[in-house]
Each structure stands twice: as structure tokens, then as C-alpha cells.
Design a protein around this ligand. Structure first.
Ligand code: ADP
Length: 581
């Protein structure tokens, strides 16, 4: 407000004063008019402002500096679920952070809501105040949460799917890798698997006799690069160079090179030809993972990519695969060793038994001559001794023949010749040999075969089976009888070898067909054989497609049954076993 104009100092100047007063009044009137106009404008502006906030779809709340609500629009009443008047004068309650948009949670109409709030300073009815603008974002918030949840679920699902796929691949790999015990085949399967799954090309390294890694297999995805890959597999790795596989095998730790430049590659200290081939096959990134089984390094796998880096997930996958591969390679190596040992054992057995047979045949031949009285008749006592010598030699020959037969079967060297065979003929041949032996032991011997039974089989092998079974029956029957019977059963013939001997305990039944296995007990005499008769029987039966079974009771004897198809489809020779048992 302006202050009143001061009065003149003396009364002589009344006219001037009256003029002055007139203009002052005029001025006052003008000011009053201006004021009234301003007031009208202000009122209009206030009304407009009120109108704007009144109609605003967002909740608008005017809060005084004391925190009490001065004004709330209908949207605010709606948001808080109370009448507009109830809000007036109430405590606002939310911190007033000017200009920032904050999120506030509120409880209204029994529901919890989220609102976005923006606060601006204002003036309200002449005092400083704040205007808080609130927007209900509950639905948007829920939608955002839902979207986030869906994204999480999707991510979880994708991760689960990836790990399921990885697991599937790993399981399949395990099956593939364990499907063969052949070392070379296992390595090729492995290299192909790695190349199919993640690499452009794969190198499998084994260890040479000095324990240094050497390439065994190199496989490239591109068939036209196969020859180069093959050439690389033949280049020996010089342990004096800095080939990265040397470190991996020595430390047992994987090495991952995410990206390698052409210059870096050319700086590698490997031979010029290795480098040239590596470039031609394409090298951009590699992972070198050791193969370790039973704590022992067996080699390594190099996964190589020509164009891009491996991901962390792929590095984990590669290590898992290498672990499984190591087990398969270990098994294949063990099998190889076992097979070599078996072959050595079989070779030794054959050589030794053949070498023993020659002098033994000479002993038997000369003892025959002595018994024939050549060069001169024997005295009575001498004859007896020569007969004993001959019996011992015959027994030795029997054992040797058994050993030779076993090693031939073990090496898969026995072939069979199928032909129609009259069963009665084979039974008679067995009886001719076995009856005297049974008689020698005071046993009753009976052999019968149904008339006209014919089977398609190998007569020599069948005879061998029956000789062994009847021989055992005689051997393990101290008193009583031994019988050989046959009968037809549909498409098969069944041959029974029965005895009333010592029998076999149930816990031994499953072992008696194992090579070199014999029932031993303190009260039993040491068996006469070498413990391979029944294993020979079992293998011969397999060759003839026959089934052998046994029923036995200790003290009451045993019955061995051979079931033979009338029309035999011969089996291929069984693979040699790796270990006895
Ligand atoms: P071997 O007779 O040379 O010991 P086999 O392989 O023929 O070897 O038999 C294995 C074992 O099975 C024998 O040691 C014996 O204990 C038992 N066995 C085989 N046949 C009979 C049988 N008929 N009665 C009782 N035991 C038997």
C-alpha cells in the first residue's frame, strides 16, 4: 500500500493544495479501481485454479505448512475412499518431498493401493502450502509385478529347458560312450559327439608311454576338411614346445581361450605345419579340458571354434562331457588291457598244453609198447607199474585236452558243423566210453534214447557236452547210479544226465559253470578235474543254441538238463570272456 501525500507547510498555497488533493483522490480512485480489477482477476484465477484442481482426474491435495489438508479434490476423496469434507483439516501423513515423484502405499476402502505422488510448492489463500498430486498406479504396479513374474518364470523355464537339454545330451553321450568298450571306437564316438554338440572341430589327446599328450583323433564338422584333420592327428606333439595341451595335462586344469587373434595364433610355439593346418581348420576360440578318471589324467579334449567364442555355459558342459568321456575312455582302456591279458593267458595256455601233450603222447606210446611186450615181455610187478603210469598219463592228457579246448573256446576259435544227427548214436558213443568207468566205481549205468530222435546239430560238440556231464556224474557219485535219458519236447529234444551222487549246494549252483571254479570243503577230497569242464559245456551249449540247467540236492544227487532245438540255428562264436568268472 502507498502512504498518503503530506500537506503543504503554509496556508497561502490553498489553490495548489486543492489541486493536489483532487489529483490524489483521482489517484486513489484509480488505484481502487485497479485493485478491484486485480481482485476480480485474482478471484477468477483462483476460481479457475480451483476448477482445474477440482476436475483433475488425479487426486489433488493442498497441504499447509503445518501438514494439515487445506483442500482435496473429488478424485482425492475417491482415492482415499472418504468424503471430500472428511479430508479437509485432516493430517496428510506422507512426507512432502518437493518435485520428486515418489511412490506411496496407502490403505483405502480396505484395499492396499500404490500411488505415485508429486509435490509442488504453492500458495493457498495467502499462506505457503504444497500441492500433492497422487495417481493410483496399483493396477499398473500389479501388471508390472505380473510381467516381472512372467519374465522370471520364462527365464526359469528357459534355464530349466536348457539344463534339461544339456542333461539329455549328457545322458545320451554317456550311453553312446558306454555303448562300446573298444578304445578306438570310443574315441571316435567322443570326438564326433563333441563336434556335433558344440565345436567346429575336436581333438582327442591320449598319453604316450612317456605320459606326454599326443593327438589320437581329430574330427572336423566339414567333411571336406577331414583329410587335413586326419593329417593333424598324425603330427606328433613335441613335449619341448609350448603346445597348450601340455599344460592342461600336467596341471589337470582346463584352459579356455575365448578369442584368439591371427597374430596371437601365429605367435604360438608349434610347428609350421601344425599352424598351417590349424589355420585352415579355423581357430577363433578353444577350450582344452583334461580327461581325468580315478584321479589319473588320461588325456584331454580340445573343443575348437572357427568363428565365435564359447559361452560360460558351454565351458561347464564341456567339462561335464570330458568327465563322462574320461570314465568311458578309462573303461575302454581297462577292457583293452583285460583283453590283451586274456589273449596272453589263452596263448600261454595253448602253447604250454600243446608242448606238454607231445612228450605225454610219447610216454603213452612207449608204455603201450612195453605192455605189448616190446622189446621184451614185462615181469608181473613191472606190468602193474606200467599200467599205473599209463593211467596217470591218460588223466594228464585228459586235463590237457580240457585246457586246450577251453582256451580255443575262449579265443572264439571253435567252429561248429551242423548236420542231422541221430541222438541214439551220440548216446551210444557216450555210453561206450562211460559205462566201463561207472562199472569201475561200482555204479549202475543206464543210457536210453527214444527211437528215431534226430536233431540238427554238431555231433562232436554234443558228444563233448554229454561226455563232460556224464563224466562229472560218475566222478561225483560215490554209490548208486548214473543215467542218460532223452525225450522230445515240442521243437526241442531234452537230454537228462542224472546221478544219485553228492549233489551241489544251492549257493554253489550259480558258480559251477564258471571257469576254474570247484566246490571245495574240508570233508571233500580235492576234485580230480581242473574246474573247467562245465565252463566248456556252457560255451559249447551256447554255440549249439542249447540251454543247460541243473537241479540238485546235497546228498541226493543232481540232474543236468540239456535242451536242444531240433532245427538248430547255430550261434556265432561267443566273444571271449575277459576274466574267469
Ligand atoms: P571239475 O569237475 O573239473 O572240478 P567242472 O567244471 O566240471 O570241474 O565242475 C565244477 C564243479 O561242479 C565241480 O568241482 C563239482 O564241485 C561240481 N559238480 C559238477 N558236476 C557235478 C555233479 N554231477 N555232482 C556234484 N557236483 C558236481
Amino acid at each position: 500500500m502507498n502512504s498518503p501525500t503530506p500537506a503543504p507547510a503554509d496556508g497561502g498555497t490553498a489553490a495548489t493544495a486543492s489541486n493536489d488533493q483532487g489529483s490524489a483522490r483521482e489517484r486513489t480512485r484509480q488505484l481502487a479501481a485497479e485493485l478491484a480489477e486485480t481482485q476480480v482477476r485474482l478471484d477468477r484465477a483462483t476460481a479457475r485454479f480451483r476448477d482445474v484442481i477440482e476436475r483433475n482426474p488425479d487426486a489433488q491435495i493442498v497441504v499447509g505448512a503445518d501438514g494439515l489438508v487445506r483442500f482435496a479434490n473429488p478424485a482425492a476423496a475417491e482415492l482415499f475412499g472418504v468424503a471430500q469434507e472428511e479430508l479437509h483439516g485432516s493430517h496428510f501423513g506422507f512426507p512432502l518431498v518437493v518435485r520428486d515423484t515418489t511412490e506411496v502405499d496407502l490403505l483405502a476402502r480396505g484395499k492396499s493401493l500404490t500411488a505415485e505422488m508429486r509435490v509442488l510448492p504453492t500458495e493457498w489463500e495467502g499462506e505457503d502450502a504444497y500441492i500433492a498430486s497422487l495417481r493410483d498406479v496399483t493396477e499398473r504396479k500389479l501388471a508390472e509385478l505380473e510381467a516381472r513374474r512372467l519374465i522370471r518364470v520364462e527365464a526359469d523355464y528357459a534355464a530349466a529347458e536348457t539344463s534339461a537339454r544339456t542333461l539329455g545330451v549328457l545322458l545320451e553321450s554317456t550311453m553312446l560312450l558306454s555303448s562300446s568298450l573298444d578304445y578306438q571306437e570310443t574315441l571316435r564316438t567322443l570326438a564326433k559327439l563333441c563336434t556335433d554338440q558344440i565345436a567346429d572341430w575336436t581333438v582327442i589327446y591320449g598319453l604316450d608311454q612317456k605320459g606326454d599328450p599326443q593327438r589320437l583323433v581329430v574330427i572336423h564338422r566339414e567333411p571336406k576338411l577331414a583329410a587335413l584333420a586326419e593329417e593333424l592327428s598324425r603330427i606328433p606333439i613335441d613335449p619341448q614346445t609350448a603346445h597348450p595341451v601340455l599344460d592342461v595335462v600336467r596341471s589337470g586344469k582346463p584352459s579356455v581361450v575365448p578369442l584368439i587373434s591371427a597374430e596371437e595364433l601365429s605367435r604360438m610355439r608349434i610347428s609350421a605345419r601344425e599352424l598351417e593346418i590349424a589355420r585352415a581348420l579355423g581357430v577363433r576360440s578353444w577350450m582344452l579340458v583334461p580327461m581325468i578318471a580315478r584321479g589319473r589324467a588320461l588325456g584331454a579334449i580340445a573343443f575348437v571354434r572357427a568363428d565365435r567364442a564359447f559361452t560360460d555355459q558351454e565351458a561347464v558342459f564341456a567339462q561335464d562331457l570330458a568327465h563322462r568321456a574320461a570314465l568311458a575312455v578309462d573303461n575302454a582302456l581297462l577292457y583293452d588291457e583285460a583283453r590283451r591279458a586274456t589273449r596272453t593267458k589263452a596263448d600261454l595256455l595253448t602253447v604250454v598244453s600243446h608242448d606238454l601233450r607231445t612228450p605225454l603222447t610219447a610216454i603213452m606210446g612207449y608204455s603201450d609198447l612195453l605192455l605189448l611186450g616190446i622189446p621184451q615181455p614185462l615181469l608181473d610187478g613191472q606190468r602193474d607199474q606200467v599200467v599205473r603210469m599209463q593211467t596217470a598219463a591218460r588223466h594228464l592228457l585228459f586235463l590237457l585236452n580240457e585246457l586246450i579246448e577251453f582256451s580255443r573256446l575262449d579265443a572264439g576259435a571253435v567252429r561248429i558243423h551242423l548236420q542231422p544227427v541221430r541222438l541214439a548214436d551220440v548216446v551210444n558213443e557216450v555210453a561206450v566210453v562211460m559205462e566201463p568207468l561207472a562199472a569201475e566205481r561200482g555204479l549202475n549205468f543206464r543210457a536210453e534214447s527214444a527211437d528215431g530222435l534226430t536233431v540238427e546239430t554238431d555231433p562232436d560238440r554234443l558228444r563233448q557236452i554229454l561226455m563232460n556231464l556224464v563224466g562229472n556224474a560218475v566222478k561225483y557219485t560215490p554209490r548208486g547210479s548214473v543215467a542218460l535219458e532223452t525225450r522230445r519236447d515240442g521243437d526241442s529234444v531234452v537230454i537228462y544226465v542224472r546221478d544219485t551222487g553228492q549233489g551241489i549246494a544251492p549257493e554253489h549252483i550259480s558258480r559251477i559253470f564258471d571257469p576254474f571254479w570247484q566246490v571245495e570243503s574240508p570233508e571233500r577230497r580235492r576234485p580230480e578235474g581242473a574246474g573247467i569242464g562245465l565252463s566248456v559245456v556252457k560255451r559249447l551249449a551256447e554255440l549249439l543254441n542249447a540251454r543247460i540247467s541243473v537241479e540238485s540236492e546235497v546228498g541226493n544227487g543232481s540232474t543236468f538238463t540239456v535242451k536242444l532245438p531240433v532245427h538248430a540255428q547255430a550261434n556265432p562264436a561267443p566273444r571271449p570272456t575277459t576274466t574267469p568268472g
